[in-house]
Design a protein around this ligand. Structure first.
Ligand code: HPA
Ligand code: ZN
Length: 324
């Protein structure tokens, strides 16, 4: 590989491990576990990835979690992502997992965390990727469920860096989780939240002010509110933007219409990520190539995005300095 072909070193900060489940692995795990899938083969499943908005994606995403049952399944899932991410130039990954998508099916939290940690703990040595976990709450379920999940996670906190908030956004404002995030902060966890993906710009401000998050996942709808943009720039709040996801979930019409260049131009601390790469047509290197080609981003802008990803990470300052 020549220097110009080598992918830029980067951190991936917005990646749902359940969203890395490739159709081939889904069928392999279904066979291993005797789970029924309503598609004949991986190609037929892939053909079902025609989303109209966030909810139509989530319905399929949660349906497919049914094949994930044992520690080995979660370890295999994470290992497959890390192997692919290494080729994408990823040197550090902060990885979401959705405990409630598994505990609600009778899979214990210890099984999920145990499997993920088995892969993540080998990742630095095997793939040159340091990796951390973000426990994400499903915002369309009651806040009491999230609080119970946080309390169930207490035995595993040494493996968890932060908490997040995902799933159906509209109608589930951040403030619903005020108490949960306060308790998470008291436990020493960092806080992030999806906001301003499908939901209004006001949810972004609310996530900052009420939940005390340090980073906003997606956040693209901030561009509708110039005062909010000015605040995000002044406070250098990182936004983990996912271009392919935004197009596939119809938050943006086409990649060429994506607000990423305007966000960079405004001085926002934006990063580029893959979100759910198996479902949205590519990993983080594909997202970088996609925005370069569709939006004409310069090498300088691509380097800024890669640098921002380390800057926006939860790595300790000394490690950041090494990677920047
Ligand atoms: N948004 C909300 N919930 C999610 C996403 C997303 O992009 N991916 C997985 N769960
Ligand atoms: Zn996401």
């Amino acid at each position: 590989m020549t220097a110009s072909q080598r992918p830029l070193p980067k951190a991936e900060l917005h990646l749902h491990i359940e969203g890395t489940l490739e159709p081939e692995l889904a069928f392999e795990l279904a066979r291993r576990n005797g789970a029924e899938l309503p598609w004949a083969d991986p190609d037929e499943l892939r053909a079902a990835y025609a989303f109209t908005e966030l909810q139509s994606f989530l319905d399929l995403y949660y349906r497919l979690t049914d094949v994930l049952r044992t520690e080995q399944d979660f370890a295999d899932l994470a290992e497959a992502y890390l192997r692919r991410a290494a080729r994408a130039g990823v040197r550090h990954a902060e990885i979401f997992f959705d405990p409630q998508a598994h505990t609600s099916r009778g899979v214990e939290l210890g099984t999920v965390v145990g499997g993920l940690v088995a892969a993540l703990s080998e990742s630095e040595q095997r793939h040159g990727i340091s990796a951390q976990l973000i426990l994400s709450f499903l915002r369309d379920l009651p806040a009491e469920d999230a609080l119970r999940t946080l309390r169930e996670a207490k035995p595993f906190l040494e493996h968890i860096t932060a908490v997040g908030l995902d799933s159906a956004e509209v109608g589930h404002p951040p403030a619903k989780f005020r108490e949960v995030f306060a308790e998470a902060r008291a436990l020493g966890l960092r806080c992030v939240a999806h906001a301003g993906e499908e939901g209004p710009p006001a949810y972004i401000a609310e996530a900052l002010d009420v939940l005390g998050v340090e980073r906003i996942d997606h956040g693209i709808r901030c561009m509708e509110d110039p005062e909010l943009v000015a605040r995000l720039v002044a406070e250098q709040i990182p936004l983990t933007v996912c271009p392919f996801s935004n197009v596939r979930l119809r938050c943006v019409d086409t990649l060429a219409d994506h607000p990423l260049p305007a966000m960079l131009e405004a001085g926002l601390l934006v990063t580029v990520n893959s979100d759910d790469p198996s479902y949205f047509g590519g990993y983080v290197d594909d997202n970088f190539a996609g925005v370069r080609d569709a939006l004409g981003l310069t090498e300088d802008q691509l380097r800024t995005l890669a640098r921002n990803s380390f800057q926006a990470s939860f790595l300790p300052p000394a490690r950041k300095a090494e990677l920047l």
